[in-house]
Design a protein around this ligand. Sequence first.
Ligand SMILES: *Cc1c(COP(=O)(O)O)cnc(C)c1O
Ligand SMILES: [Zn+2]
Length: 551
Amino acid sequence: MTFVIKCLDCGHSAPYFPSSTTCPKCGSQWREAEYDYELVGRTLLGKLKMREQNLWRYRELLPVNNPNTTLSLGEGYTPLVRAVNLGMMLGCPNLFIKDERQGPTSSFKDRQASVTIAALKEAGFTEMVAASTGNVAISYSAYASRAGMKLWAFVTSLVPAVKMREIALYGSQVIKITGSYDQCKQVAAEFAHQRKLYLDMGARTITSIEAMKTIAFEIAEQLTVELGEGDNTPLRTPDWYVQAISGGMGPIGVYKGFREMKQMGWVDKMPAFAPIQADGCAPMVHSWKKGLEKAEPVNNPKTRIETLATGDPGRAYEFLKNYVDNTNGVFESVTDEEAFRAMHVLAKMEGISAEPAAATAFAGLFKLIRAGIIKPSDTVVVNCTGHTMPAEPGVLGENWSRDVKFPTLTQTPQEEGLLSALTQVAPERFPKIVIIEDTLEARILIRRILQSQGNFTILEAENGREGLDLVKHELPDLVITDLMMPELDGFSVVETLRTHSETATIPVIVVTAKELTPDEKKRLSGHIQALMQKGDFLNDEFLNEVKALLK
Ligand SMILES: *Cc1c(COP(=O)(O)O)cnc(C)c1O
Ligand SMILES: [Zn+2]
């Protein structure tokens, strides 16, 4: 807990005081905390096992002298979840999700708010100002209420109303700014300046960067356990770290965490960084792709993902660009539609409901894997930065629910009413699909993809012989079959189906892990309706094909 604040421009060191936001020597706003890494590196790792599972377990590396445990809501140490289904769909089995939705207010901003409020409380502050696209203000509000502090929350009018109401519920003053997020920040800064109030400065806030670095510490600890390497040092680091960015504070802090661990000898490798932006507001991505040293701001952000709408990243870009280049990482952007689609995939395949901003990171992951930049053998951690609560209107599309009206008792007897209600829930018969596939995981995956997108009666067979019997007996509406299988291979299944009159017209989709030779393709041609490669499940093609064939 002995630390100094070092200027990133002139190197001058000064003691920490939250209200001093510039270097006393050169005036720079870009400074960071520096600790006695030699001492902490030697002593802290051994103590961690006995420590509580929240971010204060790293208190020797946090800029708070006496962490006030009564303010804590259990922030940090969120689970690192293995994404088995997604990993299989993407052909990238070592895929992990850092589930920051499990913070006290359901986003990774809880780290920033808890550490900053603790430092401010310690220094005697009673009020503060923050500009926010929602989550920062929600989180600051929660911790401010515990600390008996007042928050002035400046939000853009596009912030979802549910988020605004949550900020207000915690007792903060909500100020709605009709304008861009960058303009909202200007108004907040001016307000704080006039009233001499503490202002959250995003990536230039010492406590925020320090808070974010705990994500890196946790990933290394958790990944080492996940990959079964027990208590060994060095700790494991992923090959890739993927996170959606707006101002870039998150990855800037996380990078510092990995760098400090390397400095202390806890890890020997930095992950490659992949910050992801929304196409409609991607100043960092575009500037990086053009090879620019300074970011070209986007003056009119055109994304519906308000959380990611920082049009002018300022110098955060220069730092992040360095980190990305140093680690052989990449910047990438995705469309709003790709993000919404990733949101569906993540919820339907992994049971994780993420807000569009968080889903943007996953859309970026899909893109980087498809482009071959992230390799199948790479270990990847994606930060799921926040929960979608409740699901934003517009992302679900139509017909996502069925309305069932129970007839009133006087009109119909109870039982008839129940039956009539049930027939409104679902038709008697769903399209019947037979899956013939010898690998259990692949069978489960195909079933899951189908289930998540519609109502089907799904039957499974483990090999060609069983599959053939099942199809003859059930006469399904569609057959999905593998090719390489024991007993009877997929080629023979298809040929046999075509020679029997009852099964001759049942559509067949072949799903295969291998490239087919021209001869093999010829053998199938005319007999099947579609041929799919196993890594292709993320493309809409598979489902579109299924839906078209069932019509
Ligand atoms: C704030 C936020 C982001 C963007 O993070 P920065 O580190 O500020 O760029 C991404 N996702 C969610 C859910 C957020 O709340
Ligand atoms: Zn300086």
